[in-house]
Ligand binder design. Sequence first.
Ligand code: ATP
Ligand code: MG
Length: 419
Amino acid sequence: MHDILPEHATAWRHLEEVARRVVTAYGYRQIRLPIVEKSELFARSIGEVTDIVEKEMYTFADRNGDLLSLRPEGTAGCVRAGIEHGFLHNQLHRLWYVGPMFRHERPQKGRYRQFHQLGVEAYGMAGPDIDVEVILLSARLWRELGLRDIRLEINSLGSPETRIHYREALTAYLRQHKDALDEDSRRRLESNPLRVLDSKDAGTRAVLGDAPKLLDALDEASRQHFDLLCGLLDDNGVAYEINPRLVRGLDYYSHTVFEWITDDLGAQGTICAGGRYDGLIPQLGGRPTPACGFAMGLERLLALLEAQQLLPAEEAPDVYCLSLGDGARATATKLMEAVREAVPTLRVLTHCGDGNLKAQLKRADKLGARVAVILGEDELRDGTVALKSLRDDEPQRLVAQTELVTNLLALCAKESLDS
Ligand code: ATP
Ligand code: MG
């Protein structure tokens, strides 16, 4: 679990702000959900035999003895809320959320135990058009962020019936190669064979090379949904690759699944993953409702922004106010309050504590302030302040305290034009 220190907060805010703008542009509304849910919710949705539920959840008994877990993902809680508040059945909703998720994974680059996801969920729409919408939305986000070289992989898991047939074929094939499978996969071969497709083990992946493909097993309706999806992606100029082995780490998906992947981050290259999960709502006790969505990993997106040198610089103060002497200091505090009152968007720092002029200027400079406002005993007596631009060689000038706001605005505006 990581601290996000102030020097990184600007990048986080940038990412969150751009993402908020993009989801809002598609009419998605924010939902804020609890971080803790009953453990049972995740076992019933994500699946008992998945990495997340078998070994990654932070689970504890509360004072009543109820078994609770820190949420490992956002979809289960969103569906739980939808059933509880009755906003799923026979309704159309486009929702988004952002926040911390928790998984007890082996710590490594790109895999953390507290990480952050931003996700969207769309309810009530059964066609491939909404699948394409959430893909287009994510593609727009990459463009708005300036990100390059992210590829889209898609697959169809078909209907539950498709998977019953496919499961038999896959199990029969894997049994023949049992000795080459990793331990988890051997166990899952009998309990949840589709999970084997998601194995990260090199030996197992080699066996999977010749395994029967889900796409070949699709029933007519699933095939049609998938073909329409591909056509819509083509129409919108979205390049994609069909990866017949793509499954997700969660059991609730059916039909469309997709991942956005980069090669710039090493092994943990999936920055966003999602798909359709029509079966989940009835599985959790609600009335059948079509659903699809995705979740993106914000840490991985930030790492990619950094790798592609797209991180914004930390915002520096606009104004740093220096003062000499107790009287000047008191006036400085009041003057800067007046500046903040007049222009709430300016970043204004007042020097607090001791220090001669040189030390105070050094501090202003170190923070990267644009303008220094200087208040000494002379200025205090004359009702003036000295203004000094810290980014060019313009000479310092004196202005009346009553004219300070106007002059500051002019200076800051000029600064932004110059830079
Ligand atoms: P994987 O197969 O890589 O374990 P998953 O199937 O568990 O992935 P999802 O639950 O679909 O992944 O998560 C969606 C996205 O959230 C991932 O693509 C990734 O960007 C991010 N993510 C998932 N787990 C972590 C983690 N432990 N640390 C950081 N980001 C994560
Ligand atoms: Mg995982």
